[in-house]
Design a protein. Structure first.
Length: 101
């Protein structure tokens, strides 16, 4: 799965990050995004779907599990969009706080 939060996305929100901090920041934000989306998906799935997903995660690649989620969670795009918006909002607030010091 391609990273969703990219340098271009950060720049489009006005977040200016020094070059040496871009990669660690992207890793951090994309990791948090993956965790939050995963938690939201788990809340939506019923017990049988959770069992299927758990088995896929144990025996298949991340891509296979992600494709299963895409096929079985109709709200996935909205969940991702909401979580990206929240993360970017948090990032802008932090960026503003550091730049005003």
């Amino acid at each position: 799965m391609e990273p969703i939060i990219t340098p271009e996305l950060l720049a489009s929100t006005g977040i200016d990050v020094p070059n040496e901090q871009v990669a660690p920041m992207l890793d951090y934000f994309n990791g948090i995004l993956e965790e939050r989306v995963g938690e939201s998906v788990i809340e939506i799935l019923d017990d049988q779907q959770l069992e299927v997903l758990s088995k896929l995660q144990e025996t298949s690649s991340d891509e296979v599990a992600y494709n299963w989620i895409k096929a079985n969670v109709k709200e996935l795009d909205e969940i991702i969009k909401d979580e990206v918006d929240i993360l970017l909002g948090d990032a802008v607030e932090l960026s503003d706080a550091f730049s005003s010091e």
